[in-house]
Design a protein around this ligand. Structure first.
Ligand SMILES: *Cc1c(COP(=O)(O)O)cnc(C)c1O
Length: 418
């Protein structure tokens, strides 16, 4: 029996056959001497590939100074500099940074901030959230209450999690036609009109719902949604844990929406996969509402590892390289190759193929069509982890065109066999 309890897995028959000894660039090196190109960046976070020499050097330099110091009553340069950098590069309303150690906790922090903000504003009845169906915001109890209510993952816990509201997510893609946009926005408008008095915030994964089914939707929708939230006095929260740091083609998905959320969460790519860290950014209006004569208005939250200096030093170096080496151009090249190569694949089993930024997705009609795809990819030197009806690639941005083609050709060969 396994000593490790693995994620999202029935342990009874689980046979984890791939042991990784080291990783470098886009490649994972197995204990049997083989290597695999990681087509999914270890759950989308390893944006510079593994063991990037400059990031590794920064991490070592930081280790020589201090691995960790708490932020309770103390501060340090790595956290100060990272907070300043994040404020500089994120949308205009976001001016204050609360650090935590994972995406899920970052979203928990956002929810608590939003509820307490309305409490501070003497509107404590505004404590519910509106989220999209198919949303995924993490696995802890608070965020389960805003993740898809219908999928199998969380239904078991429905009696212990808060009851929130869900809206059908826009389903007509990144370039949705005007008429769909209008109907989708009408649905949102109706909902907000009827429920704004009890809503703290509308929370979305902007442009791309990731783990809930890779649903892409339009920037125009979010721009108009931002206006509706203003009109009805509801906070707008962007969970950019998956979309942040280039995944949808811009540094943040928010950059395409010409709107600024009131709260935004960053995770995954923030530390380039080196360590756990997340950042919850808030507007000055929210931050200032917590000012008061005593502790009663203070934000009572503080993860042990918040602002961990090692994580902050790594994140700073990662952002520096992203800007210096023109990653957006690299991502745009990845997008063109994915479009050219994936759109060629055709099979009666496929329902839809879509590409946005450095994300390519093949959705099949029946989940069973993907049986055996992981083993097939491994034989072809590629690491993939399909789920449900989706097989996707979200490669590290340093990937070479020929490696990317190995990924798309493997997918193509798999569907030809069927
Ligand atoms: C992965 C993810 C999370 C959760 O992050 P963890 O670091 O796994 O806790 C939250 N929101 C979105 C959109 C994600 O993709």
């Amino acid at each position: 029996m396994s000593k490790i309890w693995y994620p999202y897995a029935q342990m009874k028959n689980l046979d984890v056959q791939y042991k990784i000894l080291k990783a470098k660039g886009t490649c994972l090196y197995l204990d049997n001497g083989e290597k695999l190109i990681d087509a999914i960046s270890s759950w989308w976070c390893v944006i510079h590939g593994y063991n990037h020499p400059e990031i590794t050097r920064s991490a070592k330099q930081q280790l020589d100074k201090m691995a960790h110091v708490m932020l309770g009553g103390l501060t340090h340069n790595p956290a100060c500099s990272l907070a300043a950098k994040l404020v500089e590069i994120t949308p205009y309303k976001l001016k204050h940074v609360f650090f935590a150690d994972s995406g899920s906790v970052g979203v928990e922090v956002a929810l608590k901030m939003a509820v307490q903000y309305w409490h501070n504003m003497n509107q404590p009845q505004k404590h519910k959230f509106l989220a999209f169906k198919k949303a995924y915001h993490g696995d802890t109890c608070g965020v389960m209450s805003i993740s898809d209510p219908d999928d199998g993952m969380h239904t078991l816990f429905k009696d212990i999690i808060a009851e929130n509201y869900f809206l059908d997510a826009p389903e007509h893609g990144y370039t949705a036609k005007e008429k769909y946009l209008v109907t989708d926005l009408e649905k949102l408008d109706d909902f907000l009109r009827n429920h704004h008095y009890e809503l703290a915030a509308f929370i979305v994964e902007p442009l791309m719902q990731a783990a809930g089914g890779f649903n892409f939707y339009s920037a125009e929708y979010l721009k108009e949604a931002g206006k509706l939230c203003d009109k009805y006095n509801v906070l707008l929260i962007f969970d950019e844990v998956a979309t942040g740091f280039g995944r949808t083609g811009t540094l943040f998905a928010a950059d395409q929406t010409k709107t600024s959320p009131d709260i935004m969460i960053l995770g995954k790519g923030l530390s380039a996969g080196y360590t756990g860290i997340s950042a919850t950014l808030a507007s000055t209006e929210i931050f200032e509402s917590f000012y008061g004569p005593d502790e009663s208005n203070a934000f009572m939250h503080g993860p042990t590892f918040m602002g961990n200096p090692l994580a902050c030093a790594i994140a700073l170096k990662s952002i520096e390289i992203f800007e210096r080496d023109q990653y957006l151009a690299k991502i745009s090249k990845i997008e063109s190759v994915l479009k050219k190569e994936l759109f060629k694949i055709s099979s009666a089993k496929i329902k839809n193929i879509r590409v946005l930024g450095a994300t390519g997705v093949i959705e099949v009609k029946e989940k069973s069509s993907l049986a055996g795809i992981q083993e097939f990819a491994v034989k072809n030197g590629i690491w993939l982890r399909p789920f449900g009806n989706y097989v996707y690639t979200m490669p590290p941005y340093i990937i070479e065109a020929k490696e990317l083609k190995m990924i798309t050709e493997t997918l193509s060969k798999f569907f030809k066999r069927l």
